[in-house]
Design a protein around this ligand. Structure first.
Ligand code: SF4
Ligand code: SF4
Length: 191
């Protein structure tokens, strides 16, 4: 019948008009991000980084550039590398996370932010100073130690380098560093 279809259509409209919206009025409102959300700014812990450049080698797009030189410190151990250049071109990044997976020292994490809009592509290159000075709120993606500890980058305080890794740093005399999140000191977690 002619009017029946019309009524059915209006019913669909009415049903959807009464449903809770699944969109938000950005930027006034923001959706809650999952702790594993892969954000754009990267969290790099210089204290954990050896300058091995594995992250750069494994990036399929070749958008990480690392230049190191002798630091003149820890000469008895064979000298340490000083990271002089660490550029990540997030304008070309696809957030696959292979660089994070490749890092043997838990020094590189994906970030949790998503608001780095800019008018010029060159402003999307993160350099070593930006990475050094950034507030460290790493994504828990590919970081089971943070997930198990209930760390949430969107809540609480930024995560210091000593709490970021999987390994204990006992051998360096810094007791239970790298694993403190598992016990007494939960940083920014829900529980
Ligand atoms: S997330 Fe993927 S594309 Fe982006 S820098 Fe890392 S390896 Fe390269
Ligand atoms: S793979 Fe990790 S330790 Fe090696 S240069 Fe990259 S961030 Fe530093």
């Amino acid at each position: 019948m002619y009017g029946l279809g019309l009524g059915k259509g209006l019913l669909v409209t009415l049903r959807n008009a009464l449903r809770r919206p699944s969109t938000v009025q950005y930027p006034e409102q923001r959706v809650n991000q999952h702790p594993r959300f892969r954000g754009e700014e990267f969290a790099w812990y210089e204290e954990r980084c050896t300058g091995c450049a594995s992250c750069a080698k494994y990036c399929p797009l070749g958008i990480i550039k690392i230049v190191t030189g002798p630091s003149g410190t820890a000469l008895q151990d064979g000298d340490k590398y000083e990271v002089q250049t660490f550029d990540i071109d997030i304008g070309r990044c696809m957030f696959c996370g292979l660089c994070v997976e490749a890092c043997p020292y838990d020094a590189l994490f994906l970030g949790s932010g998503f608001e780095r809009g800019t008018y010029q592509r060159r402003n999307l290159v993160l350099n070593v100073d930006t990475l050094r000075n950034a507030e460290k709120r790493p994504s828990t993606w590919f970081r089971p130690q943070l997930e198990e500890a209930g760390y949430n980058p969107h809540k609480g305080t930024p995560l210091p380098w000593i709490d970021a890794g999987r390994e204990s740093w006992d051998w360096k005399g810094e007791t239970s560093a790298g694993q403190r999140l598992f016990g007494k000191e939960k940083n920014g977690g829900d529980s």
